[in-house]
Design a protein around this ligand. Structure first.
Ligand code: SAM
Length: 223
C-alpha cells in the first residue's frame, strides 16, 4: 500500500468509525484484506461535504451534488475486490464523482486514470485530489467509450449503471485485464466482470444485483 499523507483532519472518532465500518464490510462478505486495509486507511469523510462528515461511515450511498452520489462503501469494496488491483496496475475508473473510489485505488498502489462527465464534480474533485496530494489523473468527458489513449488497462471499473457491455471498454483491457461494469436497466444492474484471457477470448461472470446512478453518454443511456 502506498504511503499517502492527508492534509485534512482525521480524528480518533473518524478512525474508530472506519474500524467499525471495516468490521461491517467483513461481515457482509468482503474478504480481500488489502481492500479492507484501504477502507480503514482512506478517510471517507474527506469526500463528503463538511457538514455531513459524521455520516461518512455508514454503509450507505450519499448525495454529492449535481444529482450524483458517492457509492456505498460495500459497493466500492466489492468492485475493488473484483478488480484484483496490484501495485503499479494501470486502472481506469469511469465516473469520478466524489473521488473516493479513485483514492482507494491509489492507496492500493495503482496508477489511476478517472473520467467524469459533470464539469462541476470534475472541478471539485480535481481540486480535492490536489489538496490531498493524491496521484490520480482526472479527465472531463464521456467515459462510456473508455480512454483508448491510455490503454491497455489492467483494470477498468465503471461506477455508474450501463445498459450494454461496452465493446470499446473490453478492447481497452490488456491480457489478463479485468473490467467491472454494472449492467442492466435504469433501476437495477448485475455486477458484471469481464476478464480478457487472451487477445480475442473473454470470460464474463455475474456477481449479484446493485443499484447505480445511470451511466450516460455514447455507450450509456441517453443524456
Ligand atoms: N466513483 C464515485 C465515487 O467514488 O464517488 C461514484 C460516482 S457516482 C455513483 C457515478 C458517477 O458517474 C457520477 O459522478 C456521474 O456523473 C458519472 N458518470 C455517469 N455517466 C458518465 C460517463 N459517461 N462518463 C463519465 N462519468 C459518468
Amino acid at each position: 500500500m502506498s504511503k499517502i499523507k492527508y492534509t485534512l483532519e482525521d480524528s480518533f472518532k473518524h478512525k474508530g468509525r472506519r474500524k467499525r465500518l471495516v468490521q461491517e464490510l467483513r461481515g457482509k462478505g468482503i474478504t480481500d484484506q488489502t481492500v479492507l486495509d484501504a477502507i480503514l486507511t482512506v478517510p471517507r469523510h474527506f469526500f463528503f461535504p463538511k457538514d455531513f462528515w459524521d455520516e461518512a461511515y455508514e454503509d450507505k450511498a450519499f448525495p454529492i451534488g449535481s444529482g450524483q452520489t458517492i457509492s456505498q462503501p460495500y459497493t466500492v469494496a466489492f468492485q475493488t475486490q473484483l478488480l484484483r488491483v496490484h501495485k503499479g496496475a494501470q486502472i481506469l475508473e469511469v465516473g469520478t464523482g466524489s473521488g473516493y473510489q479513485a483514492a482507494i485505488l491509489a492507496h492500493l498502489g495503482a496508477k489511476v486514470f478517472t473520467i467524469e462527465r459533470v464539469e462541476e464534480l470534475y472541478r471539485k474533485t480535481t481540486q480535492l485530489f490536489g489538496k490531498l496530494k493524491l496521484p490520480v489523473t482526472c479527465y472531463l468527458g464521456d467515459g462510456s467509450m473508455g480512454l483508448p489513449q491510455k490503454s491497455p488497462f489492467d483494470g477498468i471499473v465503471v461506477t455508474a449503471g450501463g445498459n450494454s457491455l461496452a465493446e470499446q471498454l473490453k478492447e481497452q483491457l490488456g491480457k489478463g485485464g479485468r473490467l467491472v461494469v454494472p449492467t442492466g436497466n435504469r433501476s437495477i444492474q448485475k455486477m458484471v466482470l469481464i476478464e480478457r484471457l487472451v487477445e480475442n477470448k473473454y470470460e464474463r461472470t455475474e456477481h449479484g444485483d446493485f443499484k447505480f446512478v445511470p451511466l450516460l453518454g455514447k455507450n450509456g443511456w441517453e443524456t
